[in-house]
Design a protein around this ligand. Structure first.
Ligand code: ZN
Length: 234
């Protein structure tokens, strides 16, 4: 399982084309692009929240930060198909959005967003229209890690007796992704692998998760505000 590709789900918002954004885009484009040539959007790629992940493999802060660094310049694909014709968009910048909320792993919650550009062409006009309409909303990111840590005992995962997804003394066992050693791409996908808030949990399952849900809900509102602010002007 070492270095396996990991896929996480995210959401997408529109972005307005300013001179400053265009300057950053042109660092990655082969020819100098003008404002009318490009469509910009941003993706809330991932966070270090511990209880939003369906496969119980949440990221730790260091992994989110590593991804932010390594995703710059990467392409946006469709369904992880890496053929050239699928490479329709590129990430020209990333940012980390901080928060006062604390995750179940005891870290401050951070969300990583990627700023992306697409050259407007006849062939991707439908796709841009779909993103604008909010249809192409689910994206996932492929990356690799050097290790996963057991959330119960702190040992390297698969070297201890704990099982992912099982509950020990009221705490769910998770394989926490410690870092990001490489990032491949971000991909629009049909079926997301990350769970939204409000997932059904058994009654005895960890108070910390509930507390985290509350804090996360607040953080999400702020992140949504941040997204919609620019989306409205785009
Ligand atoms: Zn363990």
């Amino acid at each position: 399982m070492k270095n396996a590709m990991i896929q996480k789900t995210a959401s997408v918002g529109a972005l307005s084309v300013s001179e400053a954004e265009l300057e950053k885009v042109n660092e990655y484009s082969l020819e100098q692009l003008k404002a009318e040539d490009v469509y910009l959007f941003k993706i809330a790629v991932c966070s270090n929240a511990q209880n939003t992940d369906r496969d119980n493999e949440p990221l730790l802060r260091k992994a989110v930060e590593g991804l932010a660094e390594r995703l710059k310049g990467r392409t946006i694909l469709f369904d992880h198909n890496a053929s050239a014709k699928n490479q329709v968009a590129r990430i020209y910048d990333t940012e980390l959005i901080g928060s006062d909320a604390q995750t179940a792993a005891g870290e401050p919650l951070i969300t990583m967003a990627a700023r992306c550009y697409m050259v407007k062409t006849e062939s991707n006009a439908d796709l841009i229209a779909e993103i604008k309409a909010g249809i192409k909303k689910e994206v996932s990111v492929g990356f690799s890690t050097s290790g996963r840590r057991c959330s119960i005992c702190g040992k390297q995962f698969y070297t201890c007796a704990h099982h992912k997804g099982r509950t020990y003394d009221g705490k769910i066992c998770r394989a926490q992704i410690e870092d990001c050693i490489d990032a491949y791409e971000v991909s629009f996908v049909a079926v997301p692998c990350q769970v939204d808030a409000g997932t059904t949990k058994s009654a005895d399952v960890e108070q910390t998760a509930e507390k985290e849900d509350e804090l996360l809900a607040k953080a999400r509102i702020r992140i949504n505000e941040y997204f919609f602010k620019e989306a409205e002007t785009a």
